[in-house]
Design a protein around this ligand. Structure first.
Ligand SMILES: Cc1ncc(COP(=O)(O)O)c(C=O)c1O
Length: 467
C-alpha cells in the first residue's frame, strides 16, 4: 500500500483534507489565480468547472456591490425583488423555447438545486393525481451533490459509501461510457445508445408506476470525466420518459451556461424537440461563474402550471432562496457572457475558438504512454489514464495516478481536477479539465505542454515507487 501523506498543519478552518497543504489564494485575473506567496496558477479546471467568464472581473463585483447597497436581503416568503424577476425572465429566454412560460427557483448551489428539483418532481406528480410516483431513477457513475438527498441519487461510489446507511436508495441504471462500453461495440458505439435507453425503460417498468423522474447529466461531470453520450441515447431516454409519465431532469450544474458550447448541454441532443426535451434543468457553477453562491432550477411551463393550478404553493424553501446579491451576480455574469460571445468561444466544433484549439491540443496527449482516452465537448474534457493501453487496464487505485499528475501539475503552476473511480467506482484515474472560456492560444499551448510533462513525471514517480 502507498504510505498516507503526513498530517499537515492544523487550521481553524475545517478544511477538506488534513493530509494536504492548501496555498492561500489572494487574487484572480482572467485564467490565473495567485497565492499569498506570489505563485501564479493557470486555472485549467475552472476550479471545478465553475469559472467560465474568467477571474477578477470588476464589472461583476460592481454589480454585487450595487445590489448590496440597494437591498442586501429579503425573505422570499415576504418579498420578491426586481433583480430576481428580471434575471428569471432572462434565464428562461436563455434556456430556450421549451422553457417559455416556465419559472426559475433560485438556490445557493448545485446540491440545493438538485434537492429542489427532486421535490418539485414529486410535488408535480402529486398535483396531477399520480401520488404513488416518488422514485427518482438516476445513473451509476454520476454525481448530483453532497447533501443526503442528492447523494441518494448520485452514483459516485467513493463519495457515497460511508453514508449509504443514511440514504434512501432508488434504482440506478447504467451510463453509456464508450471507452469501456458494456456492450463491446465494434461500430464505435453508434447503436448502443438504444441498449442503454432500454435499460432505463426496464427500470421504469419494474418500478410499477412509482417512478417520478429520471435524473441525468447530459455529459458526465467529475465522476467519469466528460463522457459524451452515444448518438440517439438521450433522445430515446426523453421519448421513454414521456411515454411513461416520468419527468426528465437534466443536471446541468457542470454543463450549463455555455460550458459545452451551447447555452445548455441538452441542446446538442434535443434541439428544439419539445416533445422529448427535459422538463426541468438544474444549473449552478457557471451560473455565477463562482462570483457568488448560486443555483437555479428552471422548470418548464407544464411543471409550474401543475402547481399553480393545483395546491398553489411549492412546499419547499431555504432562507437564502433568490438571495439578491447572488441573483444580481448571476445576472451580471449572464450579461457578460453574452456580450463577450463566450458560449461561441466554448464551441469546440467551431473553427478557431478557444474550445477548438483546446480540443486539438489535448488530442496530442494520446501519444503519452499512460493516456488511454481523451474525450469531451466544448470546454469540458476528460483525460483517462491506463497502466496498459491495449487492455485498458487501470493503475492500482492506491497508487493514485491522477493525484500524482495533479500534484506534478500544481508544482508547475497548473490547476487540474484529478479523480479516481472511472472504471468501477474505485479504480480508474482521470482528470477533468474545464478552463474559463477566455483562455487564449498561448495559454492553451503552455498548459497542455505542462500537462504532458506532469503525466510523464507521474509515470516515472510511479515506476520508482514500484521498484
Ligand atoms: C453534475 C453536478 N451536479 C451537482 C453538483 C453539486 O453541486 P454543488 O457542489 O454546488 O452542491 C455537482 C458538483 O460538482 C455536479 O458536478
Amino acid at each position: 500500500m502507498a504510505d498516507s501523506p503526513p498530517i499537515q498543519s492544523r487550521s481553524a478552518v475545517f478544511r477538506r483534507s488534513f493530509r494536504k497543504d492548501f496555498p492561500a489564494a489572494v487574487r484572480g485575473e482572467g485564467v490565473y489565480l495567485w497565492d499569498a506567496e506570489g505563485n501564479r496558477y493557470l486555472d485549467l479546471a475552472g476550479s471545478a468547472a465553475v469559472n467560465f467568464i474568467g477571474h477578477g472581473l470588476a464589472e461583476i463585483s460592481a454589480a454585487m456591490a450595487e445590489q448590496a447597497a440597494k437591498v442586501e436581503f429579503v425573505h422570499t416568503s415576504q418579498f420578491t425583488t426586481p433583480v430576481a424577476e428580471a434575471y428569471a425572465e432572462e434565464l428562461l429566454a436563455f434556456a430556450g423555447e421549451h422553457f417559455r412560460g416556465g419559472a426559475v427557483y433560485f438556490t445557493c448551489g448545485g446540491s440545493e438545486s438538485i434537492e429542489t428539483a427532486l421535490k418539485l418532481a414529486r410535488q408535480y406528480q402529486v398535483e396531477i393525481g399520480q401520488g404513488a410516483r416518488h422514485q427518482i431513477i438516476s445513473r451509476q457513475q454520476s454525481y448530483h451533490g453532497s447533501t443526503l438527498g442528492a447523494l441518494s441519487v448520485s452514483g459516485n461510489q467513493r463519495r457515497r459509501e460511508i453514508y449509504l446507511p443514511m440514504v434512501r436508495e432508488f434504482p440506478h441504471v447504467g451510463m453509456p461510457y464508450c471507452y469501456r462500453c458494456a456492450f463491446d461495440c465494434t461500430d464505435g458505439c453508434r447503436n448502443c445508445g438504444q441498449e442503454y435507453a432500454a435499460e432505463l425503460e426496464r427500470a421504469i417498468e419494474a418500478s410499477d408506476s412509482t417512478a417520478a423522474a429520471f435524473l441525468f447529466e447530459p455529459v458526465s461531470g467529475a465522476t467519469l470525466g466528460a463522457v459524451v453520450p452515444p448518438p440517439g441515447y438521450l433522445q430515446s431516454v426523453g421519448e421513454i420518459c414521456r411515454r411513461h409519465g416520468v419527468l426528465l431532469i437534466a443536471d446541468e450544474v457542470m454543463t450549463g451556461m455555455g460550458r459545452t458550447g451551447r447555452n445548455f448541454g441538452i441542446e446538442h441532443w434535443f434541439g428544439n424537440d419539445s416533445q422529448v426535451a427535459p422538463d426541468i434543468l438544474v444549473a449552478a457553477k457557471g451560473l455565477s461563474s463562482g462570483y457568488a453562491p448560486l443555483g437555479a432550477v428552471i422548470a418548464s411551463r407544464k411543471v409550474v402550471d401543475a402547481i399553480a393550478a393545483g395546491s398553489g404553493a411549492f412546499l419547499h424553501g431555504f432562507t437564502y432562496n433568490a438571495h439578491p446579491i447572488s441573483v444580481a451576480t448571476g445576472r451580471a455574469v449572464l450579461r457578460h457572457l453574452r456580450e463577450k460571445n463566450l458560449v461561441e468561444a466554448a464551441d469546440s466544433s467551431r473553427a478557431g475558438t478557444p474550445a477548438a484549439l483546446f480540443k486539438k491540443a489535448l488530442e496530442q496527449l494520446r501519444e503519452e504512454e499512460s493516456v488511454g482516452d481523451v474525450r469531451g465537448i466544448g470546454l469540458l474534457w476528460g483525460v483517462e489514464f491506463v497502466a496498459d493501453k491495449a487492455s485498458k487496464r487501470p493503475f492500482p487505485p492506491d497508487r493514485n495516478f491522477a493525484g500524482r499528475v495533479g500534484a506534478a501539475a500544481l508544482k508547475r503552476g497548473l490547476l487540474v481536477y484529478p479523480m479516481q473511480g472511472s472504471v468501477d467506482g474505485i479504480s480508474g484515474d482521470h482528470l477533468l479539465l474545464a478552463p474559463p472560456a477566455v483562455i487564449n492560444a498561448e495559454q492553451i499551448a503552455w498548459s497542455v505542454d505542462q500537462l504532458a510533462a506532469s503525466i510523464r513525471e507521474a509515470q516515472s514517480s510511479l515506476s520508482l515507487s514500484l521498484r
